[in-house]
Every structure is written in C-alpha cells, then in structure tokens.
Design a protein around this ligand. Sequence first.
Ligand code: ZN
Length: 182
Amino acid sequence: MLAVNAGLFYSYYGFFSIGLYALHWSQRKYKPSYVPTTARMFHNIWYASLAAVQLTAWEVLYLHLWASGKLPSYASDVEWLATPRGAAAFVGWTLALPVLHDVHFYFIHRFIHVRPLYQFVHSLHHRNVDIEPFCGLAMHPIEHLFFFSLLGLGSVCAQAVNQSYTPPSTEDSPTRLHTASC
Ligand SMILES: [Zn+2]
C-alpha cells in the first residue's frame, strides 16, 4: 500500500516536474529562468514521501478497523443506487465532497497560520517561495496530520449518512441477487 501511495505521488508530481523543467512544456509564470535547486527538490520530495507514509498509516488503521468490525460496514454503491432516495443521496454526497474538502482545507489553513503553529509547523511549507510540483505536500508531519484529518471527517459523514439509510433488504439486495446468480 505504501508503494502504491508513494508511486502515485512520485508519478503525479514527477510528471509535472519533468514536463516543466526537463521538457519545457510551459514557461514559468513569475520567473521564467528560475529552476529550483536539486537540494530544494529533494527537500520537497522527502516531505512529500513522509506524506505518503502517514497517508498509508491512516489507510491501514482505517481498513483494520473496518475489517475487524470496529467500524460499521457500508451499503455498496449498488445498494445505494437501488432506490431513488438512495440514488439522490449518493449523487448529493458526491457533489458535496469537494465542497467539504475546500471548507475543511480553508479552516485548517487559517488555523496553522496562528503564530506558534506557523512558526514551528507551517513555515516549512512556505519556505517554497517559488513553487514547484513537489512542494504541494512538502509539509511538516503535523501539518500532514491536519491535512489528512479530512479522511476522518469524511468517515464520520459517511457513517452518519449510512446510518440514515437502510438498503432495501439484505436478503434480496442487488449485490446478493447478482452474487447468487453467478
Ligand atoms: Zn499557508
């Protein structure tokens, strides 16, 4: 799982790094001649790698709690889409998630700009005065904690929604019927 997360990070940010700095697909917006130093790139890659490690740890914990029954099981997509009400909720939450993400990010970002947190945590992120692709997740691990707390918030929302919705029937759900007919 760590290899997948780290691979995704390196592939995504690496694609833009190579495209912008090696292949010159686009010009720099502010300083066309500026290219981040190798030391700056490795600094950012190191902290982005720590983000991959922390994200993986949260994923492992979450999956463990789910698999061991300590978190409630969720209705499948097929079960959600089996009724008009479920389908409406499914679409509504799909549209609401980017809004939830942005509201969450706005408030945590305001919070880590409070002086002590900024000084000891968030200033690391703002050391990148002329940004390059890997600097997006070049954060102090405490800031990663705030950033990935969105997963916990999303989980709480998902549980609340899931508990408010009962799939048609476990006995004759589409998933079960489909499985039984295979
Ligand atoms: Zn900031």
